[in-house]
Design a protein around this ligand. Structure first.
Ligand code: SF4
Length: 266
């Protein structure tokens, strides 16, 4: 099924200025294969700051660069950067229909504060909640792999497959989990250039940045949630291991990633 996408009118950002005023390229000048291009950019990014990485990405890809976010706990890091750096990228958010109300409120706060050009994408599957069940007022998912496939991975594959998307920014960081420990600054996923400008940022630096710039906090952070995804009890809870910020995700399940950061199709 083709996922749906909606614009949020009236949220277009201002024209970029300053260091990012350079005319946007129509697309990357790819030397050799896309893989080789990404590897070379990854090496170059190792000696740059996050600001410089984002500026370089915008200079290379222009309007064909997008940002992706789940409006999770640290979403403000990437979204504040693109606001502060006047990088008018489209911001894609996957509405799984299972988000916490607090996440949707946080989406509205950051979208308004940072004048984000927000695009919401969701599954067109008429029965996209078919794996959900409610018992004693608690929502759970019977098959989390299948549910993520139709509500996240397939939706992402569709918007990344657009011809006007060549590269995407994410807030992925190496210290978020063991499975993310080797995240490159730049690599190819689903045929598009994936850019992780904060890959080498430790959590302490993220927290310092968010405090310094007074970035609004996700409402659930104060309640002890260190990684915030969908609301069913099978998908997000408070961390069960204080040393692992993602240990509250899919507790009791071997699953550690929803699949958005893995290169597979559902
Ligand atoms: S995180 Fe949970 S509710 Fe969200 S798409 Fe995946 S299985 Fe479904």
């Amino acid at each position: 099924m083709t996922p749906a996408e909606t614009d949020r009118p009236g949220t277009r950002p201002a024209v970029p200025r300053g260091a990012l005023d350079a005319p946007a390229a129509q697309g990357p000048a790819v030397p050799g294969s896309l893989q080789a291009f990404a590897q070379e950019l990854d090496r170059e990014f190792a000696s740059l700051t996050a600001d410089e990485r984002i500026a370089k990405a915008w200079a290379l890809f222009g309007k064909e660069l997008i940002a992706t976010t789940s409006f999770g706990r640290d979403a403000g890091l990437l979204l504040h950067h693109i606001h502060r750096l006047r990088t008018p990228v489209r911001v894609f958010f996957i509405d799984t229909s299972f988000h916490f109300p607090e996440t949707l409120a946080y989406r509205d706060t950051l979208t308004s504060d940072y004048k984000l050009d927000l695009r919401e994408a969701r599954s067109f599957e008429p029965d996209n909640r078919r794996y959900a069940k409610s018992e004693e007022g608690k929502l759970s998912i019977a098959d989390t792999t299948a549910c993520c496939a139709i509500n996240k991975v397939g939706v992402q594959a569709a918007f990344l497959g657009r011809s006007d998307v060549k590269a995407f920014l994410t807030g992925l960081r190496r210290d978020q989990s063991d499975s993310r420990a080797h995240t490159p600054f730049v690599h190819v996923q689903k045929g598009k250039v994936k850019i992780c400008p904060f890959a080498d940022w430790p959590a302490s630096e993220v927290d310092m940045y968010l405090r310094l710039w007074e970035v609004p906090e996700h409402p659930l952070a104060a309640q002890g949630y260190s990684s915030i995804g969908c609301s069913p009890v099978t998908c997000t809870s408070k961390p069960v291991d204080p040393g692992d910020p993602r240990s509250g995700r899919w507790v009791g399940d071997a699953k550690t990633e929803c699949g958005l950061h893995l290169d597979y199709e559902p």
